[in-house]
Design a protein around this ligand. Sequence first.
Ligand SMILES: C[S@@+](CC[C@H](N)C(=O)[O-])C[C@H]1O[C@@H](n2cnc3c(N)ncnc32)[C@H](O)[C@@H]1O
Length: 272
Amino acid sequence: MTEIDIADLKKITEVVKSKYGYDFTNYAMSSFKRRISRILEMNNMSMETLMKKLYDPGFLDDFLNEITVNVTEMFRDPSFWRVLRDDVIPGILLNHQTIRIWHAGCSSGEEVFSMAIMLREMGLLDKVNIIATDLDTNILEKAKKGEYNLKNMELNEKNYIRYQGTSSLKDYFKESNGKAVLDKSLVENVSFRKHDLVKGDVFNKFDLVLCRNVMIYFNQTLQNEVLKNFHESLFKYGYLAIGSKESLIWCEIANKFIIVNNEEKIYKKIKD
Ligand SMILES: C[S@@+](CC[C@H](N)C(=O)[O-])C[C@H]1O[C@@H](n2cnc3c(N)ncnc32)[C@H](O)[C@@H]1O
């Protein structure tokens, strides 16, 4: 791995922030360093060349693509989806007839399609309003298309079987030109939007916020700020779901939540 010093990382974040408005200052240092090192190696580029390339807006997409890890799956962690279906959604319906959901850091949309499939099987898809956001506009375009590699669908189908859905995942997509094209009617009530969690805009109130496998790339200062925003974005008794390797018990707003399911990292807001 190419060695990178902290002064160079600082220069990179300063250029990207001042020229494009993306602020990676509070991303976890070790993974940010690894991603920069990968960019240098993949493009066979020196640090000096990278610094110059950063002034070329055409290079920004490649840079963002590499810095923001987009790995995702449908029904990722199947047991998590079972808890959503069996406990969380019925819990929301006790208080509200319409379910408002925010997928923060939705990547290429697999999590959103999983949610839509789950809700359709529960007969609730027309009672839901979903906002799916990401920082990366290219990945959002991919999410809107809902077209995935057939190879990836094998893992998605395995996850769906482990989730114990009532149908077959094949019922929700058609094969076309070597791609799996998801049924667009699933995402009629979904609005895909660009949103940067670092900027911290609170734009609505939700019954359920999912931000899974995103904060793992942030340092604690940024995680704390983002979690405060999620608290503000939730109705009282709304639910927050984070990634299996993430936690909120250490953060400023921890006492405003109770743990609903520790294994699946699902929390419920109990105090404003
Ligand atoms: C590893 S994916 C997680 C996808 C999905 N939530 C899951 O668990 O499968 C992380 C996503 O977070 C997005 N992301 C990274 N930094 C972000 C930020 N500051 N604001 C919004 N999204 C961000 C990335 O673009 C990427 O699509």
